[in-house]
Design a protein around this ligand. Structure first.
Ligand SMILES: [Cu+2]
Length: 213
């Protein structure tokens, strides 16, 4: 009997260990539905003349019940040669954007959209920041150079992409499910911006759609 006891204890210990491994919650920071191979992708083409003229954004409207953390590193919108760069900056709601100035003269940034803001005037090497709390498109304007126009488009999910000049786009690592894709281009009309395109995404697979606004 003396020899049997340690064997029984050993077997029980192993059983306990394997059950515990299954019951343990995922490691902090590892979202089970976003692990590699557990997500889907979406690729496709936007077919509209405005695609050739201005940047086109494609995005998943929302994943109900799921909230996303804004990136730790702030995206940047630059002002260079009197142009907002990039012209369209898509960001997740809650994101803080750093506005910088790469020109040797002052610029201003203001927006009449959303809660409206005016970040003032500043020169090269300085930056001003703004946190976007509500989804929507915010036109970026400069009071010193009326020809300057840019857009920050604030979205409810981090699943977005800017299409190439031919309208081709690809969005990776989207949770599986049936979601609504939308398109944004400054030349499209409100009705075209409101239109939704249903997409079904499966684990480890890439779905394809054609968007004709
Ligand atoms: Cu300016």
């Amino acid at each position: 009997m003396r020899y049997a006891i340690p064997l029984i204890l050993g077997a029980a210990g192993m059983l306990a260990a394997s059950v515990a491994a299954q019951d343990k919650p995922p490691c902090p920071g590892a979202d089970p539905i976003l692990q590699e191979g557990a997500t889907g992708g979406l690729k496709g083409t936007v077919k509209h003349p405005s695609v050739k003229k201005c940047p086109t954004l494609v995005y998943i409207e929302e994943i109900p019940g799921k909230e996303f953390k804004p990136p730790e590193k702030n995206p940047v919108m630059d002002q260079k040669d009197k142009v907002f760069v990039p012209r369209i900056l898509p960001v997740l709601v809650g994101t803080t954007v750093d506005f910088v100035n790469s020109d040797d003269f002052e610029h201003n940034v203001f927006s009449p959209d959303g809660e409206t803001y005016n970040l003032g005037n500043w020169g090269k090497g300085e930056k001003r920041s703004y946190t976007f709390k509500r989804p929507g498109a915010y036109v970026q304007l400069c009071k010193l150079h009326p020809e300057m126009v840019g857009y920050v488009v604030v979205l409810k999910t981090p699943y977005f992409a800017i299409a190439d000049d031919n309208g081709n786009f690809r969005i990776s690592d989207i949770p599986p499910g049936t979601w609504k894709a939308k398109v944004w281009n400054e030349r499209l009309k409100p009705k075209q911006l409101d239109a939704t395109y249903e997409v079904t995404l499966q684990k480890g697979a890439e779905s394809e759609i054609e968007i004709k606004p």
